[in-house]
Design a protein around this ligand. Structure first.
Ligand code: MF3
Ligand code: CO
Ligand code: CO
Length: 273
C-alpha cells in the first residue's frame, strides 16, 4: 500500500518543494557557456544549506555531490565536476532535491546553454516538457497509475522519441524514493495502482532522441543513452488533493503548469511570494 499523507504532512512538503523550486531558479543565471557543473553544485549546495535544509542527493547511496547535472546524451545522475564546462548549444538537466524539516521536494528542468541548440536536442526538450504537462493533466483522485505512463508514452513515441524505462518517478515524503509507489513513464491507461488523495510522488519523464536504452558509466552513476542521442527531462513533485493535484515544486509562472491547465488538468499550486 502506498503511503497517504495528511494535510499537515503536505503543508511541510510544500515548504520543501518551494525551496527546491527556488533553488533551481537561483542557479538559472549560471546556465551559460563556461560555467563548470561544479559551480552549479556549489551554488545549489550553499543555497539549500543557507535555508536550513539539506541537499538530499549528497551521500545518498554514495552519490558524491549535492545535485545531478546531466548534459546532452546523459539521461540522469550526471556528477558535477570542475572539469566539465558548459558549452554553447549544450542541453543540461539540473535535478534539485532538498530535505527541509525532514520532508523532501524533488524537481528538475532541462535548459539550453547559450542562445540555441540543435533541432535534435530541442526536440527532446520540447517532448519532455509536453510529456510532463500531459501527465500532470491526468492525475486526480480515482485515476490509475497507468494513465500517467500512457499519456507520456503515447505522446513521446508519436514524436519518434524513446521513453526511458529503467528510471521512473517515485513516491516521496520523508523518504527520497518510497518503494511502495513506482511511477513508470510508460504503460497502459486504466491499469495499475489506483491514485487517491494524499498520495505524493514525482513525475519525471526522461525522453531520448532515439532508443530508450541506457548504460551506466564506470563512475557507477552517470546514465547515458546507448546510441549517443540526446536526452531531456523535467520533474515535479505533486500531491493529489481535491479534484486534482497540487504541484509542490512549481513557481507561479512555471510554463509547465500553464500548459497542464490548458490540457484540462485541475492544477493548484502554492502561491509563492
Ligand atoms: N533526483 C533524482 C530523482 O529524481 C535522484 C537522484 S539520486 C542521486 O529521483 F543520488 F543521484 F542524487
Ligand atoms: Co525524483
Ligand atoms: Co529529481
Amino acid at each position: 500500500m502506498a503511503k497517504v499523507k495528511s494535510q499537515q504532512d503536505i503543508a511541510k512538503m510544500r515548504e520543501a518543494g518551494r525551496l527546491a523550486a527556488l533553488t533551481l531558479k537561483h542557479v538559472e543565471p549560471l546556465i551559460r557557456p563556461g560555467t563548470s557543473t561544479e559551480a552549479i553544485n556549489k551554488a545549489v549546495h550553499d543555497f539549500i544549506v543557507s535555508h536550513g535544509a539539506v541537499p538530499t542527493p549528497l551521500n545518498y547511496r554514495g552519490f558524491p555531490k549535492s545535485v545531478c547535472t546531466s548534459i546532452n546524451e546523459v539521461i540522469c545522475h550526471g556528477i558535477p565536476s570542475e572539469d566539465c564546462l558548459l558549452k554553447e548549444g549544450d542541453i543540461i538537466n539540473v535535478d534539485v532535491t532538498a530535505t527541509l524539516n525532514e520532508w523532501i521536494g524533488d524537481t528538475s528542468k532541462t535548459y539550453v546553454v547559450g542562445s540555441g541548440t540543435s533541432e535534435e536536442r530541442q526536440l527532446v526538450m520540447d517532448v519532455a516538457f509536453e510529456s510532463l504537462a500531459r501527465a500532470l493533466a491526468v492525475v486526480k483522485h480515482n485515476a490509475r497509475m497507468g494513465d500517467i505512463g500512457a499519456a507520456i508514452q503515447t505522446y513521446a513515441e508519436a514524436k519518434g522519441c524513446g521513453v526511458v524505462r529503467d528510471f521512473i518517478g517515485h513516491g516521496l515524503g520523508k523518504v527520497f524514493h518510497e518503494p511502495e509507489l513506482a511511477v513508470p513513464h510508460y504503460g497502459e491507461a486504466n491499469t495499475g495502482m489506483k491514485l487517491v488523495r494524499g498520495m505524493t510522488f514525482t513525475i519525471e519523464p526522461m525522453i531520448n532522441g532515439g532508443s530508450w536504452r541506457h548504460r551506466v558509466l564506470r563512475d557507477g552513476w552517470t546514465a547515458v543513452t546507448t546510441d549517443g542521442k540526446p536526452s531531456a527531462q523535467f520533474e515535479h513533485t505533486l500531491a493529489i488533493v481535491g479534484d486534482g493535484i497540487e504541484v509542490l515544486t512549481a513557481l507561479p509562472d512555471d510554463p509547465i503548469m500553464l500548459r497542464a491547465k490548458e490540457l484540462g488538468g485541475t492544477i493548484l499550486w502554492p502561491i509563492l511570494e
